[in-house]
Design a protein around this ligand. Structure first.
Ligand SMILES: [Zn+2]
Ligand SMILES: [Zn+2]
Length: 388
C-alpha cells in the first residue's frame, strides 16, 4: 500500500503502489506500462487524474520530440509520460502542504518553473531560465508537466501547489481540462496589455487556443472580435463563443476584410494562433498604427517578415510561451462565471486505455475532432461527482 514517509493520505482515496501510465518509445510510439505511483515532495500534492485533453503540442512531442526536453535531450525511449492538459482530485499531500485538501478537485497549469530565476520571480515561469534543468548536477527543480517531467497520460501525477487551480463541482472534468487552453489565450491578451475593452481584436486560426482566444477577448470586452480561418464549421463555433465577425480566408482576403470591418483603420490587436507561414505579415497589415501582435503559434520553417512595415507603423510583436502570470486563474474565473462555454470545443472522449485512438482522432481530425479528452476508467469509487 502507498504510504511514503511524510506524505498525508486518506482512507477515502486508497492509492496503489503502481499505476498504469503511457510511455513514449520511439517517435509516434506509445505503450501502456506499470510505473511506481509518484510521491509528492515539499510544496507538492499527488493528483489522481480524472481527465486529460490532447493538445497539438502533445502530438508534436509524440511524433517529433521538441518542445519536450527530458534530461537535456529528446524525450524518446526515456520512460517519459507525455500529456499536460489534465485535471483531477488531490489524493495525497506532500510534507507541510495545507493549501489544498485531500478530495479537492483541481485543474493544473503546465509550468511550475524553477521558482528561483529572474523570470520565475517575475511571474514568467513559462519562460524559466532553468527550463528543463531537473536532473543530475544541474537539478534546479524545473517542472513542466509532459514537457520536462512526466505528464498526465497516466493515473496519478505530482504537481507543485503553484500549478493548481481549485475548481467547483459544477465544472465538469472535460471543461476543467480546457482551463489551461483558455489560460494560454488569457496570457496572450495579458502580455498585449490586457485592457482590450472596446478595442478591436483579430484572432487568426480557429484551433483550440484561437477559439478560446475569441471567448476570452469577448469576455474582456473587446469590440469587435474578428476570427479568421479556413473551415466554416470552426468559424461557426467561433461565432458561438463570441466572434462578432468571421472571415473564411479561402473565400475572401482577410487583410482587406479586417480593414473594412474596422472602418478602414485596421485592428488594435491580433492574436495569432494559426502558425501559418504568412501570418505575421498578414497580422501586421491588418493592424492600425501602433497596434500589437501576439504570436501564440509558430510555423515550422523560417519565414520572411516585412520589418519595414512593422517599424514604420510602430507595431509591437510579442511571442508568448504557454500560460504565465497566473492567467489560468483569470481564465477559470470567467469559466466558473459562465462567461463562455469552453465545452463547445470538446468533441470526443475516450478511455485512457484507448489513447492511441484518441491521438488518431486529434491528429487526423477524425469526425471534425477539436478537443479530444481521455479519462481513466474507474469502478465507481470515492467521488466522481462532476457530471459530464
Ligand atoms: Zn497544450
Ligand atoms: Zn525559473
Amino acid at each position: 500500500m502507498y504510504r511514503p514517509a511524510g506524505v498525508k493520505t486518506s482512507g477515502a482515496f486508497p492509492i496503489p503502489d503502481t499505476m498504469k501510465a503511457w510511455v513514449l518509445g520511439g517517435p509516434g510510439e506509445v505503450a501502456l506500462r506499470d510505473k511506481p505511483t509518484p510521491v509528492p515532495r515539499k510544496a507538492e500534492v499527488l493528483v489522481r487524474i480524472d481527465a486529460v485533453a490532447i493538445c497539438a503540442t502533445d502530438l508534436e512531442i509524440i511524433y517529433s520530440g521538441p518542445p519536450a526536453s527530458i534530461e537535456g535531450g529528446l524525450p524518446f525511449n526515456k520512460n517519459f509520460t507525455p500529456g499536460h492538459e489534465y485535471m483531477g482530485t488531490v489524493v495525497a499531500l506532500g510534507p507541510g502542504v495545507d493549501e489544498f485538501a485531500i478530495g479537492q478537485r483541481v485543474t493544473v497549469e503546465i509550468h511550475a518553473g524553477c521558482g528561483q530565476c529572474k523570470r520565475c520571480r517575475e511571474g514568467m515561469y513559462t519562460a524559466c531560465l532553468n527550463y528543463g534543468l531537473n536532473y543530475g548536477e544541474q537539478d534546479k527543480g524545473h517542472r513542466a508537466n509532459g514537457f520536462t517531467t512526466d505528464g498526465g497520460f497516466c493515473e496519478y501525477q505530482v504537481n507543485n501547489i503553484n500549478t493548481l487551480i481549485a475548481i467547483s463541482d459544477e465544472m465538469s472534468d472535460a471543461e476543467a481540462t480546457l482551463v489551461v487552453t483558455a489560460g494560454t489565450a488569457m496570457y496572450g491578451l495579458t502580455e498585449l496589455g490586457g485592457l482590450v475593452a472596446g478595442e478591436s481584436v483579430v484572432v487568426m486560426g480557429p484551433g483550440p487556443i484561437g477559439l478560446l482566444g475569441v471567448a476570452v477577448a469577448k469576455s474582456l470586452g473587446a469590440q469587435p472580435v474578428i476570427l479568421t480561418g479556413t473551415r466554416d464549421n470552426r468559424l461557426k463555433i467561433g461565432r458561438e463563443l463570441g466572434a462578432d465577425h468571421v472571415i473564411n480566408v479561402t473565400k475572401e482576403n482577410a487583410v482587406e476584410a479586417v480593414r473594412r470591418l474596422t472602418g478602414g483603420l485596421g485592428a488594435d490587436y491580433v492574436l495569432e494562433c494559426s502558425g501559418a507561414a504568412g501570418a505575421v505579415n498578414d497580422a501586421a497589415h491588418m493592424l492600425n498604427r501602433g497596434g500589437k501582435i501576439c504570436l501564440a503559434a509558430f510555423p515550422h520553417e523560417q519565414v520572411p517578415v516585412d520589418v519595414a512595415h512593422i517599424v514604420r507603423n510602430n507595431i509591437y510583436l510579442f511571442g508568448i510561451r504557454g500560460e504565465g502570470r497566473s492567467a489560468t486563474h483569470r481564465a477559470e474565473a470567467f469559466m466558473a462565471q459562465k462567461r463562455f462555454d469552453a465545452t463547445k470545443i470538446h468533441t470526443h472522449t475516450f478511455p485512457l486505455e484507448d489513447l492511441p485512438t484518441a491521438i488518431r482522432y486529434a491528429k487526423d481530425r477524425v469526425d471534425d475532432a477539436i478537443k479530444v479528452v481521455v479519462k481513466p476508467q474507474r469502478a465507481s469509487g470515492a467521488r466522481t461527482l462532476a457530471a459530464e
